[in-house]
Design a protein around this ligand. Structure first.
Ligand code: GUN
Length: 283
């Protein structure tokens, strides 16, 4: 029987901390962390994420601006907005919600964001900083996963850590963060041979592939910590992760549920990065 890692609780404690830090920053320095969020077009999932980011800012006392731009927005208009926000002292963090409509160049937009305001940590400068272990901003989802692992009290050092998935947003930076904590890290992906042999070695298994209920109990070592980054919708409309909870839970020592595990952490980590960006301006 696994202990369930409660992402809502861990996330709420991060936000409580941020509320206190905001009040202190305002009182001592007259600085209120400010986040600008840009969304282009009408993708329903993106709209929900952006609304939640705006609510998160309000909850911890941040200043926020949300730019809801039409699908017809041009590359030049978007880049001009980013540049204007780069120069705006009220704004410490800038985030452009992805994916963008097809006619827009995501990489060019990411490159236009001042790396000191890149609270997604998507800019190559920040990706490089994460690689060498000298970073201010943590990529939000992997950072949330690290907080959840930390909440178990288990030390990552020397543990076999297996990450399934190699995306730039989750898998690759996740592997780096685990490595920085002295885990022995393996990244698995669609071409990995004998996947279950590798996953059965894992003391800590992080799954981020976007396939419903992909990891089953026979792929998991007894006593493993299992972190499910997946968020898939079943045909019946129910949300489910990349891990088959019913067969994995009896084997794991700790497991994250979906929903209520990694999901609630991501925006809290974005808010943490925005706080860091604001504090960095005082240095
Ligand atoms: N779309 C899905 N996840 C993310 C994220 O973490 N940041 C941004 N900007 N867009 C996303």
């Amino acid at each position: 029987m696994a202990k369930i890692i409660n992402g809502k609780e861990v996330s709420a404690s991060v936000r409580e901390e941020l509320k206190r830090e905001t009040a202190e920053l305002v009182e001592k320095y007259g600085v209120r962390p400010g986040l600008a969020v840009i969304i282009v077009g009408d993708d329903p999932a993106s709209k929900v994420y952006v609304n939640n980011k705006e609510k998160g800012c309000a909850e911890v006392g941040y200043y926020s601006e949300v730019y809801r731009l039409p699908e017809t927005t041009t590359q030049q208009e978007l880049i001009s907005l980013v540049k204007r926000l780069n120069d705006d002292d009220k704004i410490h963090g800038i985030l452009c919600q992805l994916p963008l409509p097809k006619h827009l160049d995501e990489n060019a937009v990411i490159l236009a964001i001042n790396p000191e305001k890149d609270v997604d940590a998507f800019h190559p400068v920040n990706v490089g900083r994460i690689m060498i272990g000298d970073y201010s901003f943590l990529p939000c989802t992997p950072a949330g996963v690290m907080k959840l692992i930390e909440s178990t009290g288990v030390d990552i050092s020397g543990k076999e850590c297996v990450v399934i998935g190699r995306s730039n947003i989750v898998g690759k930076p996740q592997a780096m963060l685990l490595l920085h904590k002295n885990g022995t890290v393996t990244i698995c992906h669609s071409r990995t041979k004998n996947l279950s042999e590798v996953t059965r070695r894992a003391d800590i298994l992080v799954v981020a592939i976007g396939k419903a209920d992909f990891v089953t109990g026979d792929m998991v070592k007894d006593g493993a910590i299992v972190i499910d980054v997946g968020m898939n919708r079943r045909a019946d409309g129910k949300l489910t992760g990349d891990v088959d909870f019913a067969s994995v839970e009896p084997k794991a020592s700790y497991i994250t549920p979906v929903p209520g595990g990694v999901g609630p952490m991501t925006i809290s980590m974005l808010l943490r990065n925005t706080m860091t960006a604001a504090k960095n301006t005082l240095k």
